[in-house]
Design a protein around this ligand. Structure first.
Ligand code: AMP
Ligand code: TRP
Length: 333
């Protein structure tokens, strides 16, 4: 049985990149694997979060998972902070993680920037917590975007180091599952940067909560160049904005990129933008409505998360029982 684990940080509304790059793949996996999709609020606080906004973002992320079609009868959805074993396991793993391995992590280097000494320990240890998330439930497969591949490889190395140290197969070594088809959706303001929650410009991304007018306006203002659209893929070289808009349309219409490209060969951007706006509105409107419906009953959402979290605590305790025993902690009762 394939056991799948993945997570998204609850830092504001999810965007089209999260949807097409992650959740669409998760939705397919729920039919064939045992899936757990965590809302990783402990990862989110590696960068300061306003407490009230964080609470709201956790509910919003849960509502979005459900509105995008993750079925709570099939998949487990819960906030990381509701299962304290994540932190306990992260500590045990940190004692088997050489600092040299962490020093190689490019995400830390990017996020810490020039002032490494001022970066917090949590940001540095972030990949160890991620490794703990993954091995806590014995995940065999971890679907993530390209940007998380290095963290996943580290998780494999840490799990193997623990198994070596204690001379047994305590932890399952997870397989990376970086989808080759999951597209990288780029910023609407700069086709060379990925669409990201942390971009200061709201106009750079389409949120799954955007209303029809906002979607239309963001697409109208999306950056373009001045040429007509090309007829073949080679014609998209050095035209990242054209490639991005065509990619989004082709994914939403379930067509291959060259096929979509054919339909717009020689056309202006405005024709493409009009069609893309319509397709996006049709696609996002039901998701937006689903999010709002679920957010209108936070109590129901919380009780669903609580039920799922309590199942997770039970499973986590079974891993932790074995870990505590193997590491040599005295059992008091
Ligand atoms: P994050 O928003 O960084 O917590 O990412 C959550 C998931 O969405 C990860 O699996 C990412 O790889 C994926 N993701 C985030 N941004 C994009 C994007 N612009 N295009 C495709 N996938 C993305
Ligand atoms: N670091 C991941 C990201 O930013 C989120 C994450 C945390 C995760 N724990 C995980 C993804 C475990 C997969 C498995 O996208």
């Amino acid at each position: 049985m394939m056991r799948v684990f993945s997570g998204i940080q609850p830092t504001g509304a999810l965007h089209l990149g999260n949807h097409l790059g992650a959740i669409v793949a998760w939705k397919e996996l729920q039919a064939i694997a045992e899936c757990t999709f965590c809302i990783v609020d402990w990862h989110a606080i590696t960068v300061f979060q306003d407490p009230e906004a964080l609470r709201q973002s956790v509910l919003m992320t849960a509502a979005t998972y459900l509105a995008c079609g993750l079925d709570p009868q099939r998949v487990t959805i819960y906030p990381q902070s509701a299962v304290p074993q994540h932190a306990e396991l992260a500590w045990l793993l940190s004692c088997h993680t050489p600092m040299g391995w962490l020093n190689r992590m490019t995400q830390f280097k990017d996020k810490a920037g020039k002032h490494k000494d001022q970066a917090v320990l949590g940001l540095y240890a972030y990949p160890v917590l991620m490794a703990a998330d993954i091995v806590l439930f014995g995940a065999t497969h971890v679907p993530v975007g390209e940007d998380q591949k290095q963290h996943l490889e580290l998780a494999r190395d840490i799990a193997a180091a623990v198994n070596r140290a204690y001379g047994k197969d305590l932890l399952v070594i997870p397989e990376p599952m970086v989808s080759k088809v999951a597209p990288r959706i780029m910023s609407l303001r700069d086709g060379t940067k990925k669409m990201s929650k942390s971009d200061p410009s709201e106009a750079s991304r389409i949120h799954l909560t955007d209303d029809d007018d906002t979607i239309a306006q963001k697409i109208r203002r999306a950056k373009t160049d001045s040429d007509a659209l090309p007829s073949d893929i080679a014609g998209l070289d050095n035209r990242p904005e054209a490639k991005n808009l065509l990619t989004i349309l082709s994914v939403l219409e379930n067509r291959a990129l060259p096929d979509t490209l054919q339909s717009y060969a020689g056309q202006t951007f405005s024709v493409l933008k009009d069609d893309l706006t319509q397709v996006l509105i049709t696609h996002i409107a039901p998701i937006r409505q689903g999010i709002h419906e679920r957010l209108s009953d936070p109590q129901a959402l919380k009780s669903l998360l609580a039920q799922h979290a309590s199942k997770c605590i039970e499973k986590a305790e079974s891993t932790m029982g074995l870990m505590r025993e193997s590491f040599g902690f005295l059992k008091l009762s």
